[in-house]
Design a protein around this ligand. Structure first.
Ligand code: MN
Length: 257
């Protein structure tokens, strides 16, 4: 039997990633799969990219990894782009979208956001139809595998749901959790690669980490004001306010002009 760590949405937050990697090491877990969104939001996209690349056996494409690789990204995102080398941007842009594997007779599929693509969001409280659709094969997922278990990230909230005999879980977020202000990741246990039914477990881990150190690193990095404000508030409260604060910020800056 083996343990696999499934991590997601690190978003340039080094103190949170360090806390999780320390926990994974302490447990003697050798295999780490990452569901994408290594970059953006926090100040350390470059370091996080290098570390995930080195430590993770699988790294999948997230929406931020994809969008930041675009040279025509919105001006507010250029700050993040400038902190990555062209080689890192190419690496991020070319990450695979999906990873399929067998474990204790289960067929597990991992991706960042959904079966449609990295920018198609499915929430925890969406309808059962929307959840069951996540098991379907599409151009994005390929059609050579029929999953009975789906693991994803993107929404920064952990959950596990049994639905029509299938399992849907979310690994949450390491660097920008939006359910409680602790780093989250998931451990899967079973016989990796084995098509024969056997013991299987999915466990969510929550870890407190030094949020004030993460905030200080963001301040020292001279992030754009609005990004810093969002980052600080989300780390401390785990409340999602990007849409709301963006509107407020745009209003304020229009007045000044
Ligand atoms: Mn994300």
């Amino acid at each position: 039997m083996e343990q696999i760590a499934v991590i997601s949405d690190v978003h340039g937050n080094m103190p949170a990633l360090e806390a999780v990697l320390k926990d994974i090491k302490k447990r003697g877990i050798k295999r780490i799969f990452c569901l994408g969104d290594l970059v953006g939001k926090g100040p350390d996209s470059s370091k996080v990219t290098d570390i995930c690349r080195e430590k993770c056996e699988v790294v999948l494409l997230g929406n931020w990894d994809y969008f930041l690789a675009d040279s025509k990204a919105l001006p507010i995102f250029q700050w993040y782009r400038e902190r990555l080398t062209q080689e890192q941007l190419d690496y991020l842009f070319n990450l695979p979208p999906v990873y399929n594997f067998a474990i204790s007779g289960r067929k597990v599929r991992l991706y960042h956001a959904s079966h449609i693509g990295v920018a198609h969001r499915v929430h925890m409280d969406d309808t059962e139809d929307r959840h069951i659709a996540m098991f379907e094969n599409t151009d994005f997922t390929g059609d050579d595998f029929m999953p009975d278990t789906i693991g994803y990230g993107d929404i920064h909230k952990t959950f596990l749901k049994n639905i029509k005999g299938k399992v849907l879980f979310n690994a949450g977020s390491i660097g920008n959790p939006l359910d409680e202000p602790t780093a989250a990741y998931v451990i899967i246990e079973g016989n990796y690669g084995d098509a024969k039914p056997g013991y299987f477990a999915i466990q969510t881990i929550r870890l407190p980490y030094d949020i004030e150190r993460a905030v200080k690193q963001a301040r020292d990095a001279d992030m754009p004001d609005i990004e810093l404000e969002l980052y600080e508030e989300e780390l401390r409260t785990s409340r999602y306010r990007r849409d709301e604060l963006m509107k407020e910020w745009l209003r304020k800056h229009k007045k000044k002009e």
